[in-house]
Design a protein around this ligand. Structure first.
Ligand SMILES: O=C(O)CCC(=O)C(=O)O
Ligand SMILES: [Fe+2]
Length: 357
C-alpha cells in the first residue's frame, strides 16, 4: 500500500537515468529471493525497496534513493552473469513511475504476506476448511459441470443454479427460480450442514449456486456480495487449481448505501490506502471457505489477476484453471436501505445494515 508503481519504459527515449531499475531474468520464479537481490544491489548504494514488476515472478523493480546508485548498478550488472545471483544474466533498464490508472488496471500490487490458515487472517466470521472433498469427489464435480453448458463472460465462464445471478445489477431475480440445486452437489450440501465452527443450531439453507471457471491469470474484482440479495452465509469451494483470495476493509470513515447494488460502499478513493487494511489467504483445491458475519458484510473479497502467487517464499502456479462453487441463500424479500426489515449492526467504527430473517 502506498508503494509507487513502476513500469518498463515504453520507448528507449524515455530511458533517462532515474533511481528506479527494471530488472528482467530476476525474481522469485527463477529462484532469487528479494533478500538476495537486495544484497547485490545494495553494493551500489542504498536500496529503498524491491518490488515485483509484474505477476511473472521473473522481473523486479529495484528502487534506489539516488539515481547515481542506479546508474552504477546498471553499468556493472546489465547483461553480465552475476555470481551472487546464481550466475544469472540480468537485463536491466531504467524504469519509470506508472500513472495510477494504468497501474490499477494492471493490478500490480505490493505483495502482502499470505496466510495458510483462517486463524492467521484474523477476520471474524471467516473460516477455511482444507480437504473438504476427496480428489475423487473433486473429479466428479468437475466432470458434472463440464457436461453442462457454460456462460462465457469477458474473462471467465460461469454456471448458475437455483437462481441466476445478474452481473449488471449484482442481484438475483427472485421471481425466476431455475429449480432445485443439482443432485451432483447433494453430498456437498449435506457436509456443509455440519460445517465446523458454526453453531449447531444454525440452520444452513442454501438455494443458489454459481460455478466460476477462472483461466490462469484471471481473478475477480473487489466486491461484497450484495447484502440485500443474499443472506449471511456464503460458502466457496475451490476445485482444480489454487489461488489466493485477498480481503480489504476500511478502518474508518463513512459507508454509504450504493443505490445500484443495495450494498454499502466507502466514499473515499481506494488509492488512498492509508485507512485500508488488507489480508491474503491461500485457497488450495478441495478447500472450502465460509464468509459470515464481519467477513461477509464488511470486508471486500477479490482474487488478484496473477498467473503465479507468492505464498511466503514459494512460487505457486495457478494451474490450467480454477473452478469455484459458491453456495448462497437468496433473501426471500426485497429490501432497500430504508426498509423496516433492516437492522443496524456496529462492527468497529462503522455501521452496516443487514437484512433480517
Ligand atoms: O471464486 C470464488 O471463490 C469466489 C466467487 C465470488 O466471490 C462470487 O461469486 O461472489
Ligand atoms: Fe463474492
Amino acid at each position: 500500500m502506498g508503494v509507487p508503481r513502476f513500469t518498463r519504459p515504453k520507448t528507449p527515449a524515455a530511458e533517462s537515468p532515474s533511481p528506479y531499475l527494471y530488472v528482467a531474468n530476476c525474481g522469485p520464479a527463477v529462484g532469487l529471493s528479494y533478500d538476495s537481490i537486495a544484497s547485490v544491489f545494495n553494493t551500489f548504494g542504498e536500496v529503498k525497496g524491491i518490488y515485483a514488476a509484474d505477476e511473472s515472478g521473473t522481473r523486479v523493480i529495484v528502487s534506489y534513493f539516488e539515481a547515481n546508485s542506479a546508474q552504477q548498478a546498471l553499468t556493472a550488472l546489465n547483461g553480465k552473469s552475476c555470481a551472487d545471483l546464481d550466475g544469472r544474466s540480468l537485463h536491466i533498464r531504467y524504469s519509470v513511475i506508472q500513472p495510477n490508472s494504468e497501474a490499477e488496471s494492471q493490478q500490480v500490487n505490493e505483495h502482502i504476506p499470505v496466510s495458510l490458515m483462517d486463524s492467521e487472517v484474523n477476520i471474524p466470521g471467516l473460516y477455511l476448511v482444507h480437504d473438504f472433498l476427496s480428489p475423487q469427489e473433486e473429479k466428479e464435480l468437475l466432470a458434472a459441470v463440464d457436461e453442462r453448458p457454460w456462460i462465457s463472460l469477458s474473462k471467465r465462464r460461469v454456471q448458475h443454479y437455483g437462481y441466476e445471478f445478474c452481473y449488471g445489477t449484482r442481484n438475483v431475480d427472485t421471481k425466476l427460480h431455475l429449480g432445485e440445486l443439482p443432485s451432483f452437489v447433494s453430498s456437498v450440501l449435506e457436509r456443509i450442514s455440519s460445517f465446523p465452527g458454526l453453531n449447531s443450531s444454525t440452520s444452513i439453507l442454501l438455494d443458489q449456486l454459481t460455478v466460476n471457471e477462472y483461466p490462469p491469470g484471471v481473478g475477480l474484482s473487489p466486491h461484497i456480495d450484495t447484502h440485500s440479495a443474499f443472506e449471511g452465509l456464503i460458502f466457496s469451494l475451490s476445485l482444480a487449481g489454487p489461488c489466493i483470495m485477498e480481503f480489504r476493509r476500511y478502518l474508518d470513515g463513512s459507508w454509504v448505501p450504493d443505490a445500484a447494488s443495495s450494498a454499502y460502499t466507502k466514499v473515499e478513493n481506494v488509492e488512498n490506502c492509508s485507512n485500508l487494511v488488507r489480508r491474503s489467504l491461500y485457497l488450495p483445491p478441495r478447500s472450502i471457505l465460509l464468509l459470515s458475519g464481519e467477513a461477509r458484510y464488511a470486508w471486500q473479497h477479490y482474487i488478484p489477476h496473477h498467473k503465479i502467487d507468492m505464498v511466503n517464499q514459494n512460487v505457486i502456479r495457478r494451474g490450467a484453471r480454477r473452478v469455484s462453487f459458491t453456495f448462497r441463500k437468496v433473501c426471500d424479500f426485497i429490501v432497500s436501505p430504508c426498509s423496516t426489515f433492516l437492522t443496524a449492526l456496529i462492527f468497529n467504527k462503522y455501521v452496516l445494515l443487514i437484512c433480517m430473517q
